[in-house]
Ligand binder design. Sequence first.
Ligand code: ZN
Ligand code: ZN
Length: 429
Amino acid sequence: MANKRVLLAGGRVIDPLAGKVRIWDVLIENGKIVKLGKGLKAKQAQRIDCRRKHIAPGFIDMHCHLREPGHEDAETIATGTKAALAGGFTRVCPMPNTDPPVDSEAQVRFQLCRAEEAGFARVHPIGCCTRARAGKELAEIGAMKKAGAVAVSDDGAWIADPRVMRRVLDYSKAFDIPVISHCELAGLDYGVANEGLVSTRLGLRAGPDVSEAAAAARDILLAEFVGARIHIAHVSCATTVDIIRWAKARGIQVTAEASPHHFTLTDEALAGFDTNYKVNPPLRTEKDRQAVIRGLADGTIDAIATDHAPHTKSEKEVEFDNAPPGMIGFETAFGLGYEQLVLTGDMRLPDYINRMTVAPARILGLPVPRIEPGANAELVILDLKAQWTYTPEQVMSRSHNSPFFGRQFQGRVVGGFLGGEQFWLLHPA
Ligand SMILES: [Zn+2]
Ligand SMILES: [Zn+2]
């Protein structure tokens, strides 16, 4: 432990729970926050000037892909969690579509061990709903939860058989663990793009947005019937937002997430056939993008999740049709959200931070992150004025499949604290 006492002086402390920002000093001792207040004096403390900086709880990413085991050439738990920390995520939840998939207690334990060895962001694994994500027999839901899994999901695949989904919801209700649904109606898949004017113009094999909305509607109604919790992954279209809004008003236990690329980009980006824009669900229209932003602003969509999906160069450097979907997202998430949600005036800063911290913690049953005396010092320091350009050289992830290289960003994570250790990124305060 490098520093026993640290005083963060004069920063703007964001409280995403109360929705407030206050200028406060934060005194940290042995990894714990011991005091908050104005003009704090602390003898023998390392003083960090945080004037013109913001301080927020560490971000939680409830949806990412770390590729270990099975695809370590694209990412490992170590490289992925290091990239996560660089983006301000102190906790991440990898999806179980590894090889082999995380469908047993042993696999959950393996991920936790690997994360611990790496020592970067904390990992909370998500287990499969069904064995090998095949959509037939149930995975070891209870045993995985006991071992530390925080949710179950067959992400990448939708559970087509309603009897299987009903049983998954039954079990997850009994074990009090949320089910995360990748909504893509069987037989009506997305192809490689959103079905519409752009896909027609570009001649791309496409699938309609109703595929997502109809799948979400079925899962939400089944969850209501069973009395279980359902979480809709990567909401990408206006109709799905409407359905979730309706379901929440009806009292159904539904939550949802959106990914930065879906509230930043539209299918117009596919014009250059750059496979880094190919994601699942696909980028949609401006109307959908606006609906996702409205959903985030009014709380219909609870959380922001990256869906960080690393792929090697050789996997992505193929024809658009054959490239695997997904882009890396840890290191650009905060900047994209700040630009698209806060600088536009659509959301207040504390509410934006809420979608990255409090909301995912509540959905997953993790301790709600707080900056208050007695809490662990798990926080990030943000420079909202910082202008920066994203380049391949900065990337901590093992993969480089991002369409955002060369883009100007405003606002970045400059450092933080996790588990009693201080981490500094590109620009020490
Ligand atoms: Zn998915
Ligand atoms: Zn995913």
